[in-house]
Structure formats: C-alpha cells, structure tokens
Write a protein that binds this ligand. Structure first.
Ligand SMILES: [Zn+2]
Length: 261
C-alpha cells in the first residue's frame, strides 16, 4: 500500500508538472520565424522584441496552429513596421572601457582617460569633453562597466531632485513614492503603481535631459493610471504636452545594454 500511495503521488506530481511547464516550439509563417511558448494562460499575445525584431507568441496549450498562423498573417504589416523600427535604431557598439573611447554623458560624447589608481575606482567629468576614469587599466571589462554605471547612477541621483520639484508642481496630488535606479535591458523605466515604486534605467544618464524627464513623467502618471489606457494618454497630454515629440526621439535609441554584460 505504501508503494502504491507513493506511486500515485508521483503520478499526480507528473500531471501537475506537465500542466505548468511551458512548451516551446518554432513555426515559419510568411517568411517569419515565430517562437511560440505554450503555457497556462487564457489569451494569445504577440510581441516583437528588440534588438533583432524576434517575433514571439505566448498562447494557451491547446491553441490551434491555425489561430496562430491567422494572428501572425493578420498582424504582418505591424510586425514588419516594428522590425524596421528596431533595425533603424541607433545601437551602441560594445564598450571596451579603454583610453580614447568615447562615452555619452547627458547627450554629449566624452573621451575616456584611464588614470591608474590603487584606491577605489571612480569616474569624474573633466572639462567639456572628457571623462577621467581612475581605475586599474587591467581591471576586467565587467568591473569597469559596473563603475561607470555607478557614476551614471550618481548623475541621475543629482538630476532627479530638481526634476521632481518641477513636476510635483505640475502634477497635483502625487502620492509618496520611491525611486530605484538600475540597469535594465528592455525598458527605460517602470512603475509598480500599487507599491508606488518607480524604477529608472541608469542608461538615461547617457542621453539628453528631456529623455530622462519624459520617462520620469511617464512613470509619475502611472502612479495614477497603471495601464496605457486612454486616460493615461489624456493625463500625459495634459501634464506634458510635448511628450509625443520627445518620445519619437527616444524611440530612435536602443537600450543597447545586452552586449556589455
Ligand atoms: Zn508605461
């Protein structure tokens, strides 16, 4: 009996695991490679992902292939547009953090100078067009990337208080919120509207201030409206009437972090 009971339990676990483990497959539809993930969800969701315009579909386990083919065929013009947009994005080359390399800071190119040090590494802007990187020149690239990120984070931490002072006057009744700055691969910012927690991509320090301002305001508006609903865009139009123009410029950039890691 004991063995039987164990066996039943084992079979039951197998059934549960089979139910929850996603299944992956690939289809070729109208010349496009489509990555399909079947999982325990109700709807079917199509996405085109940067940087290469990979087409992915998340769908229930039992969704027929004919439905997936129909969806992709119907959305083909939109898929092509997204892929063309990603292809046209300005993409940074992977950085080596060597002397003479250029790095962006608030929209301006600066030349990197490596200054050997035995102390704790740090980065400082120098003049109008230089960055002094005090570090062991032989340090690994990943370590150099981390210290440059720490520098970018400090830049953002200095930029945010004046932005907050400005936008807290424009947007009334903002709840108390917290901000985290971190490296993100796919998003410029995010907002957990229930936890009142905004995350900003540290890479925003590379680009002109209006980009940081746009993402900041976007996430502030998410504190009132979690989704990209018509109300969300009404609020954006109301508080930041120029946002669409800045957004078009921001969309020309890729986040471009994947190759650095
Ligand atoms: Zn959003």
């Amino acid at each position: 009996m004991y063995f039987f009971g164990q066996k039943r339990k084992y079979l039951y676990l197998c059934r549960v695991n089979k139910k929850i483990m996603p299944k992956e497959e690939t289809l070729h539809i109208s010349g496009i490679q489509v990555h399909i993930t079947r999982k325990a969800i109700k709807g079917t969701y199509l996405s085109v992902k940067p940087p290469n315009g990979t087409v992915s579909i998340r769908t229930p386990f039992k969704a027929p292939k004919s439905v997936i083919r129909y969806l992709v065929t119907e959305k083909l013009p939109w898929i092509r547009r997204q892929q063309a947009r990603y292809a046209a994005q300005e993409r940074e080359q992977p950085k080596q953090y060597c002397a003479g390399e250029t790095h962006l800071l608030l929209g301006k190119h600066r030349t990197l100078h490596l200054i050997p040090t035995d102390g704790y590494p740090k980065v400082t802007p120098h003049g109008e067009d230089q960055l002094h990187f005090h570090i062991d020149p032989e340090a690994p690239t990943t370590m150099k990337a981390q210290h440059l990120d720490a520098f970018y984070e400090e830049i953002l931490r200095n930029q945010i208080p004046p932005l907050a002072a400005k936008w807290h006057q424009t947007i009334p009744n903002l709840p108390t919120y917290i901000i985290t700055i971190k490296r993100m691969k796919r998003r410029w910012g995010s907002c957990h509207s229930l936890k009142k927690h905004i995350c900003l991509n540290v890479a925003l320090a590379k680009y002109p201030l209006p980009f940081l301002e746009l993402v900041f305001v976007h996430e502030l508006v998410h504190l009132f409206e979690a989704n990209h609903s018509p109300r969300f865009y009404d609020l954006m139009d109301q508080y930041h009437p120029q946002w669409r123009k800045v957004d078009r410029e921001l969309k020309k950039l890729s986040i471009g972090f994947a190759t650095c890691q």
